[in-house]
Design a protein around this ligand. Structure first.
Ligand SMILES: Cc1cc2nc3c(=O)[nH]c(=O)nc-3n(C[C@H](O)[C@H](O)[C@H](O)COP(=O)(O)O)c2cc1C
Length: 316
């Protein structure tokens, strides 16, 4: 039997379980976001790989596919953010997760339109800044996480208590969380919800290429690493592209040379077009524990069931 649950995160978003599906470039469109929201979590459309027009289509399709709340993740490092924000307001999206940038640039604007704002941080210093700018919650993302990451390499285990002690707003833990046991550990550390990326990337509804999903399933411990630290640090699967970057770095490549090697569209090439040798394959350390592609609702239910079962077991 699943217990009824309520805390500041479920109340903030009006959801059943404090399980948030991360916004992920080339991976989390309306299909994944609506499936997670329908299952009682919070689904996020990843706007990072979308033009404003495409984002609008995804929001409208998501609205048609669920009557539950969902949100949009807007990484602030790409161009076109202004138009994306206009669409979000126009389409009355109730929740926005901003990342990879300064929370002060958009929080006030979004709050003026009654939108709940959450910012992704990798340190307690940035968490305090997000709180000061009026964010409703923060995602504290540790070093284990897939995708872009902080330079300090602070692990989830260390980061969550630091951030929880630094701010009063609720903290959502991210990085290395794919199971109910990992979720419980994060909640014990003080988080009130979890943001799960890699695990949902390998769901049936995720829009990334099957080759990418299979590469994740075949990944073993130690097969991902944080790279491109001179540019924007990103955790990826070690492949031919990764090895070229490592070689260039060990030969003393400059920022400009690395930028040239990265080129345009590496993430799309790897994750959306399925070129697993030359593309950028963003995924977290938990990839080594992901063994099959399943529907997103199964992931939500399994995480919650294991969370409650483990809580009962350790309480005895
Ligand atoms: C394929 C992939 C794409 C990602 N793209 C984004 C993104 O567009 N915006 C963002 O804020 N974070 C992005 N991330 C990071 C996730 O939002 C999330 O914080 C992270 O995956 C959590 O760690 P986990 O992978 O261990 O679950 C991405 C992660 C993955 C695996």
């Amino acid at each position: 039997m699943l217990i009824m649950f309520s805390n500041r995160i479920t109340q903030l978003f009006n959801i059943k379980y404090p399980i948030i599906q991360a916004g992920m470039v080339w991976t989390s469109g309306w299909r994944l976001a609506s499936a997670v929201s329908n299952a009682g979590g919070l689904g996020l459309i990843g706007a990072g790989s979308m033009s404003a027009e495409i984002l609008q289509q995804h929001i409208q399709k998501c609205n048609a596919a669920t009557d539950k709340p969902f949100g949009v993740n807007v990484p602030l490092l790409y161009s076109g953010v202004e138009k994306q924000m206009q669409i979000i307001v126009e389409e009355k999206v109730p929740i926005v997760f901003t990342s990879a940038g300064n929370p002060s640039s958009w929080t006030k604007y979004l709050k003026q339109h009654d939108i709940k704002v959450v910012h992704v941080v990798s340190s307690s210093r940035f968490a305090k800044k997000a709180e000061e700018t009026g964010c409703d919650a923060v995602v504290a993302e540790g070093f284990e996480a897939g995708g872009h990451n902080g330079r300090e390499e602070t692990t989830t285990m260390v980061l969550i208590p630091l951030v929880c002690d630094a701010v009063k707003i609720p903290v959502i833990a991210a990085g290395g969380i794919a199971t109910g046991r990992q979720m419980l550990a994060a909640m014990v550390l003080g988080a009130e919800g979890v943001q799960v990326g890699s695990r949902f990337a390998i769901s049936e509804e995720a829009s990334c290429h099957l080759n990418f999903k299979n590469a994740v399933i075949n990944a073993s411990e130690g097969d991902t690493l944080l790279t491109l630290k001179q540019l924007t640090p990103v955790r990826v699967i070690k492949n031919d592209f990764f090895r070229k970057v490592q070689e260039a770095e060990s030969n003393g490549a400059s920022k400009e040379e690395l930028d040239q090697l990265l080129g345009k569209g590496r993430a799309k090439k790897g994750m959306f077009e399925g070129d697993i040798n030359e593309g950028e394959l963003e995924v977290g350390q938990v990839s080594s524990s992901i063994k099959k592609i399943v529907p997103a609702a199964e992931i939500v239910n399994e995480i919650w069931q294991e969370y409650t079962d483990t809580l009962k077991r350790i309480s005895k």
